[in-house]
Design a protein around this ligand. Structure first.
Ligand code: NAP
Length: 287
């Protein structure tokens, strides 16, 4: 495993195991299996409903807590100072730990300034080792950084070969923060796993198309979170640290960027209208 250093000096594995859409029933065993396969960073969220299962897994896995890197996220329904503060304590209780390594605001909606104040406080109290954002487009990222005491260390965005977030990344890095990739395999969309160029490059290194796509991200310095409920995929996805893509291969892959999100664009009014407006506000309990 390779590590990155966050802007506040905390070290974080560059590749982590994501638990979105991993049901609470299967989550505990899958996280234990991921850890057994070498993953040391686990990404969960209040809105994933599996923090308790992740907590069970980290307490049973046999690896000391300090060797694990745990991320969770404050959901929109918990936005605002008081609610966010209470929700952080609730997340710690569910995760069965005194601290999380990284705490993110999940989406830039609701009173996220109040949320950030609660997170800054939790950071100072040692309940979290680093704080950051998720799904903040450049304008909101700049806004929050400019008017806050603690600068976010991270912005977790939909990022993969076909959406490399070059524009947002520029502004994230201006503040010393890092880009973190969610959906790094684009959930297999756009024929990611049968892309002829990825297959050709993979053949050269004896790797799959998916491994080449993940390698491209980590070699690009992007912290990457990949989800798998299939043990073979889990093993395959972490087996990307024994080869190096050439400069020419990296350049060709950089040019495969289409620059659009496949799943959700948090600064797209039509999508957010459908997400919040059309269906009514989605709370962590209803989502
Ligand atoms: N902050 C946010 O708003 C946000 C949003 C979405 C996701 N995330 C985080 O990012 C993590 C990853 O994103 P994601 O789960 O959306 O997408 P992803 O990791 O790009 O893709 C997961 C999908 O790809 C399949 N897959 C994984 N490895 C494979 C392989 N080697 N070969 C073939 N298929 C493979 C999985 O199926 P199997 O399970 O069968 O392997 C699953 O269907 C999430 O789990 C979550 O922690 C954050």
């Amino acid at each position: 495993m390779e590590y990155v250093t966050l802007s506040n000096g905390v070290e974080m594995p560059i590749l982590g195991y994501g638990t979105y859409l991993v049901s609470p029933e299967e989550c505990e065993n899958l996280v234990i299996e991921a850890i057994a396969n070498g993953y040391r960073s686990i990404d969960t969220a209040q809105a994933y409903y599996n923090e308790e299962s992740v907590g069970n897994a980290i307490s049973k896995c046999g690896i000391p807590r300090e060797e694990l890197f745990l991320t969770t996220k404050v959901w929109v329904s918990e936005a605002g100072y008081e609610k966010a503060k209470a929700s952080i304590d609730e997340s710690l209780r569910k995760l069965q730990t005194d601290y999380v390594d990284l705490l993110l605001i999940h989406q830039p909606y609701g009173d996220y300034y109040g949320t950030w104040r609660a997170m800054e406080e939790a950071y100072k109290e040692g309940k979290v080792r680093a704080i950051g954002l998720s799904n903040f487009a450049a304008d909101r990222f700049i806004d929050l950084v400019t008017f806050s005491e603690v600068t976010p260390v991270m912005n977790q965005l939909e990022t993969h070969l076909f959406q490399q977030q070059k524009f947002n990344r520029k502004y994230i890095e201006k503040y010393g923060a890092l880009l973190e990739a969610w959906s790094p395999l684009a959930r297999g969309e756009n024929n990611m796993f049968s892309n002829p160029y990825l297959l050709e490059v993979g053949k050269k290194y004896n790797k799959s198309a998916g491994q080449v796509a993940l390698r491209f991200l980590v070699q690009n310095g992007i912290v990457t979170l990949v989800k798998s409920s299939t043990p073979e995929h889990m093993k395959e996805n972490i087996d990307i640290f024994d080869f190096v893509l050439s400069e020419e291969e990296m350049k060709t892959m950089e040019d495969m960027d289409e620059g659009v999100n496949f799943f959700m664009e948090h600064d797209n009014p039509e999508q957010m209208y459908n997400f919040f407006g059309n269906h009514g506000f989605i709370s962590a309990d209803e989502n």
